[in-house]
Write a protein that binds this ligand. Sequence first.
Ligand SMILES: [Zn+2]
Length: 413
Amino acid sequence: MLVTNGEERLRAFSQQHHQYKATLIHDRVLHVAGLGHSNAIAIKAETSIILVDTLDNVERASQLKQLINDTFHLPVRTIIYTHGHPDHRGGAGAFKDSVKEIIAFRALKNPPKYYQELSSLLNQRANYQFGYQLSDEEAISQGIGKREDFIHGHMEPLAPTTLYAEEEVTRTIDGITLKLVRAPGECDDEIFIWIEDMRILCCADNFYACWPNLYALRGTPYRDIATWVDSLDRMLAYPADYLLTGHMEMISGPEQIHEVLTNYRDAIDFVLKETLRLMKAGLTLNEIVENVKLPEKWQNCAYLQEYYGTVSWSVRAIYNGYVGWFDGNPTSLNMTPQALYHQELVSLIGKEKLTLRIQELLSQAHYQLACELADLLEDPHLKAQALRGLASQETSANGRHYYICQAQLLEND
Ligand SMILES: [Zn+2]
């Protein structure tokens, strides 16, 4: 979302919500937030520790190991991965000497064939989205957590030794009974974990206190948002006293958890249903993007702010997920080659006039329009300035990183 003070808002949010905090629940469950980009949960069993997720790198996970040792004086024998993203698995190597079983769920839906052949493109886009090459000052954060660290740390994800294809599995591990429930959201292999005895719900990445990444700029196949809502419904069926998150702070108290999860679920469902309603009413993609806005009660919810995903990118993803690339405007069916179209407009307007207008827009902080006009001119210098301006207005860390990375490329050209 673009707002005048996007950068300041992202900075303030990150400072407030990405702090280190370890919380001990019932003397046997330790929720560790802010030590890495993602969180980890250590559960004290009879003779060992069950660890839910492992942080993003081995060095941070080694600090986690020390903390677990100081708290419980027991070794980690079991790791449960809540989903396949590397920022939750990269620290596993720190526990390789003691771990006996690594549990995960199998994804039931595969990406399109040859998807992995795009890995160089996907990695490049992931670099732009997460801003890995940016300085701390430029990047600020990764929206839902402090930055992954590949300078002081390295990833060593360990392969699962137990891989379930079931919808639900109940396991008693070293005296602790856990229910593992399939809950596709960000990932198709995503699960949540219910610990009945302590009324603890480990929700993985199906809730974190930001507008979710219903679409990831790095490029992913459609994340089925209706299924994501179903997963939140399944979570809501459990009367949790503690909601242990995969990123940022945990939430305590049954009423608070119910309210937060319900708002989160309803807001996502609203964007889905509203997009579908406007599609049915015959609006084009851009018209729908312009019209789908969260109602005020959710706009003001602290945990629905657009520091990670955004509503407008979600709308685009839904449109594309249901009817594909054609935006409904027949002009789009057979477009003039872009360079030719740009030349035509530039010759009509005049290069000088266009340049002056872009400069004026830049000086007035109308960066989006400046950026679009700079595309007509194919002027890297003006476009880089516009992208820098957009980065200063963007609340989403992902969007901010993408703008700055692209500006840097143009500046270094
Ligand atoms: Zn995550």
